[in-house]
Design a protein around this ligand. Structure first.
Ligand SMILES: [Zn+2]
Length: 375
C-alpha cells in the first residue's frame, strides 16, 4: 500500500499551494542526500516527498489524486506519470522552482553513499535521409549508405585528466539556505570525459578524432512511412577518450512518390480510367501493385465511381498488423469528340430505356463509399 501523499508531506487535504510548497521545502531540506550521506532511509523519504510534491503541486494531477487516490496514476489511469518513477535528476531539476536559483541544472555528486561514477561521454548523433520507393517500403530493404563520421584517429592516446582526476566533475562548495552544500559541475578541462588527449596524430583534431567515410548498412523494416526515424547504434560521431561511446546514426525516411499508386496509411489507391464501351461491355485490365502487375476484371455494366478492393495488396503495417488493401477507383471516360455516326447513335439512344439512370441500393453514392472505406 502506497503512503498517502498528504501524509508524506505532513499536510491536510485542504492545504493551499503555498502550504504544499512550504511543506515540501522542509522535507527536501531534512532528507536532502547531501545532508544524509549514505542514509538509504533518508533517500527514500527524499524521493517520496518529491513524488508527492510532483503530484500535489500540479492542479490537474492533484484533482485526479483527490478523486482516485494512487489508482489515478497506475497503468491505464491515463496519468502519463507513473508514481515512484522519479529519479534524482528529475527531483533536482525541480529545485529551481522551489528554492530559487543555485539549484537545478548540474547533478549532485557523491550521492547515495558512494560515487555515481562518471557519466560516459557520448559522441554526437549524425542524421541522414534515405529515399525509398513504394516497392522498398512494401518489402523492407537493406540500404548501404556512405557516412562521414568522426572516429578516433590511429595512434591517438588519452591520459587521465589532472583537473578532475578522471572523475569528469569538479566539486563546488556553496552556501545556500540548506547550509553548506556540495555540488558538482562538469570539469572545464576535459568536459566530463575524465580523460584528455595525450598523443595527437598529425591528421587528428584537438580531440584526437578524424573524419572518415564509412559504409553503413541499414536494415529498413517493411511498412515505414515518411518522416520515420530509425537509429543505428554507434554509427554517429565518436567522442574523445578510451571510455567514450560513439553517437548514433539517425536515419530519416523519405518516401518517393509512386507514379500511379497513392498511399494512404497501409492502403493504396489506383485511379483506373476505362472508356464508355469498356464500361458497357466489360473488360480485363492490368493494374500496378507494389508486387507487379495484377489483372482485374471489370464486369459489363460497371458504373463510374465504383471501387474495387484488392485485399492485402496494400502495404504492410510496421507493427505487423497485416497488409492494407489496394483500392481501384473506376472512372468512366466520357468521349469528348464524336463522329457523325457516333453522334447519331447517342442521339438515337438518348431517350432509350436502357440509357436511363436507375441506381440500385448497391450503387452507393460517393459519400457512402467514403464512409465504408473508413469504417
Ligand atoms: Zn577533467
Amino acid at each position: 500500500m502506497k503512503q498517502d501523499y498528504y501524509e508524506i508531506l505532513g499536510i491536510s487535504k485542504n492545504a493551499t499551494p503555498a502550504e504544499i510548497k512550504k511543506a515540501y521545502r522542509q522535507k527536501a531540506i531534512e532528507f536532502h542526500p547531501d545532508k544524509n550521506p549514505g542514509n538509504k532511509a533518508a533517500e527514500e523519504k527524499f524521493k517520496k516527498a518529491a513524488e508527492a510534491y510532483e503530484i500535489l503541486s500540479n492542479e490537474n494531477k492533484k484533482a485526479r489524486y483527490d478523486q482516485y487516490g494512487h489508482a489515478a496514476f497506475e497503468n491505464g489511469g491515463g496519468g502519463g506519470y507513473s508514481g515512484g518513477g522519479m529519479n534524482m535528476e528529475d527531483i533536482f531539476s525541480q529545485f529551481g522552482d522551489i528554492f530559487g536559483g543555485g539549484f537545478g541544472g548540474g547533478s549532485f555528486g557523491g550521492f547515495g553513499g558512494g560515487s555515481r561514477g562518471r557519466a560516459r561521454v557520448k559522441g554526437s548523433n549524425l542524421r541522414i535521409r534515405v529515399k525509398l520507393n513504394l516497392e522498398e517500403i512494401a518489402n523492407g530493404v537493406e540500404k548501404k549508405v556512405k557516412v562521414r563520421r568522426k572516429v578516433m584517429a590511429e595512434g591517438a592516446t588519452y591520459k587521465t585528466c589532472t583537473t578532475c582526476n578522471g572523475a569528469g566533475q569538479v566539486m563546488r562548495v556553496t552556501n545556500t539556505i540548506l547550509g553548506r552544500m556540495q555540488s558538482a559541475s562538469t570539469c572545464p578541462t576535459c568536459h566530463g570525459a575524465g580523460e584528455v588527449l595525450d598523443k595527437r596524430p598529425k591528421n587528428a583534431d584537438s580531440d584526437g578524432l578524424e573524419l572518415k567515410e564509412e559504409t553503413v548498412s541499414i536494415k529498413i523494416p517493411a511498412g515505414v512511412t515518411e518522416g520515420v526515424q530509425l537509429k543505428v547504434n554507434g554509427k554517429g560521431n565518436a567522442a574523445p577518450g578510451n571510455n567514450a561511446i560513439d553517437g548514433d546514426l539517425i536515419v530519416v525516411i523519405e518516401e518517393i512518390a509512386h507514379e500511379t499508386l497513392k498511399r494512404e496509411g497501409t492502403n493504396l489507391h489506383f485511379d483506373l480510367y476505362i472508356n464508355f464501351s469498356e464500361a458497357v461491355l466489360g473488360i480485363s485490365k492490368n493494374i500496378d501493385t507494389v508486387s507487379g502487375k495484377v489483372k482485374i476484371k471489370i464486369e459489363p455494366g460497371t458504373q463510374s465511381g465504383k471501387i474495387l478492393r484488392l485485399r492485402g495488396k496494400g502495404l504492410p503495417s510496421i507493427d505487423n498488423y497485416g497488409n492494407g488493401d489496394l483500392l481501384v477507383h473506376i472512372n468512366v471516360w466520357t468521349p469528348q469528340a464524336l463522329s457523325a455516326e457516333q453522334e447519331a447513335f447517342f442521339e438515337t439512344n438518348k431517350k432509350d430505356e436502357n440509357f436511363k439512370p436507375n441506381p440500385s441500393k448497391l450503387d452507393k453514392s460517393f459519400f457512402e463509399k467514403v464512409k465504408d472505406m473508413f469504417s
